[in-house]
Design a protein around this ligand. Sequence first.
Ligand code: ADP
Length: 501
Amino acid sequence: MAKYIMALDQGTTSSRCILFDHNAQMVSVAQKEYRQIFPQPGYVEHDPNDIWASQLSVAMEAMAQAGIRVNEIAAIGITNQRETTIVWEKATGKPVYNAIVWQCRRTADRVGRIYEDGFDKTLTEKTGLIPDPYFSATKLEWILDHVPGSRERAERGELLFGTVDTWLLWNLTGGSVFATDVTNASRTMLYNIHTLEWDKEILNYFRIPRQMLPEVKDSSCIFGHTSEKVLGGEVPIGSLVGDQQGSLFGQCCFTPGSVKNTYGTGCFLLMNTGSNCVASKNRLLTTIAVGENGKVQYALEGSVFVGGAVIQWLRDEMRLFPHASDSERYARAVPDTAGVYLVPAFTGLAAPFWDPYARGTVVGLTRGCTKDHFIRAALESIAYQSYDVFDAMQKDTGMQIRNLKVDGGASANEFLMQFQADLIQGSVARCAINETTALGAAYLAGLACGFWKDKEELTLLTQSGKTYVSGMDRSEQEQKLRGWHKAVARSLQWAKEDMDE
Ligand code: ADP
């Protein structure tokens, strides 16, 4: 009797494997970092063989650690860095180019031409995305334009394209299954999220041969089985899901109006909007939350560029403390920021402002401002920026949301979580297991093979950690937000003239 679900969590800097038991408890974790390749400024690549080798080795390690044999694994779930683009030879499995990573900006000029061509509106309508080098489409086009002969070979059916989920699935099954899921497809900017198919008009625009694209399936279904040669047994692969959607599912955000925020280097907020595909008026992305039983649920997504990274900056550049967790002690040493606001717009501002020219700003300084106030203002800025995305979600859906589920490294900061609850005038709940991304992939795989029965069972299994409830008057919240938005206004367009000169 199989007793475990294996989650493969293929991230941007490391590959991880976590084994979960029937109570959704982690029984072993293995992790391996792999090589980041920076061929020139703004370019980011991975070697697809490093991705695969590191993922396979942690899978073996996690089983060995717990003394678990392959026939004790009921199913495998895969969650992955999204948008990263790989093209390989169907006959040999050899990549024709390195993986072009989501962070890579090499196609910035090309994206400029999408706007000049007036094709941006069509793309947004059909894919729910705002054209940006971030998404797979222009990365794939770049490979076809730059690897000699590749477009012709792709037309002849000799080359395959996949995001990282597809690449891992293809390798795990010994090259026999070529598929992706709706959540990963929805990040390529080639997939029509309304009709649920690769979009002909978009493929024509980017000159991408249809035959190189994988079949798109539900996030939770049996995609195939691992090849005996690869894992030493035939284990069903029961889910593929993009990392942010994995964490949304792992947080049990199953119903419309449920929202999660992951506080990492940046922050990622996703709101489940159910069967309602909401077109944002506040420049959030519309994307697919999950596909199950032939149906999809949609999500609104917004991110904050500098989240936990502002604390890293205080630690490493300002050298204000040795450990990120020290920030909490300083923030608590004062009752407020004494009117100081820090806007960490180091690389511009994302949703809902979308200003690439915004730059970091500190306002409201007086002679009495101390290190404590400054650090407190930095922590508060993470919550303010998250609030702005959260509020845009409320405006786009007309729903009043009072709960936020949280995870990620900086969600360990209790001061930050309390302040976040104060700002949303509701409650913030942290999951007991911080590995919600892997948990989501495990849940989806477990549902696909009957290891778990239904979502009610999952909701009961998912232990909540601590909950923080707002203790702030609305008038105080409003006054603080007014100050914050005044500060944001001072940061907007700051670098514009310099960059135009
Ligand atoms: P990522 O997955 O993006 O690498 P993590 O989820 O590991 O990020 O979170 C790390 C980030 O969280 C870092 O930017 C770090 O500065 C911040 N961080 C970690 N612990 C704390 C803490 N106790 N208080 C505030 N920020 C923290």
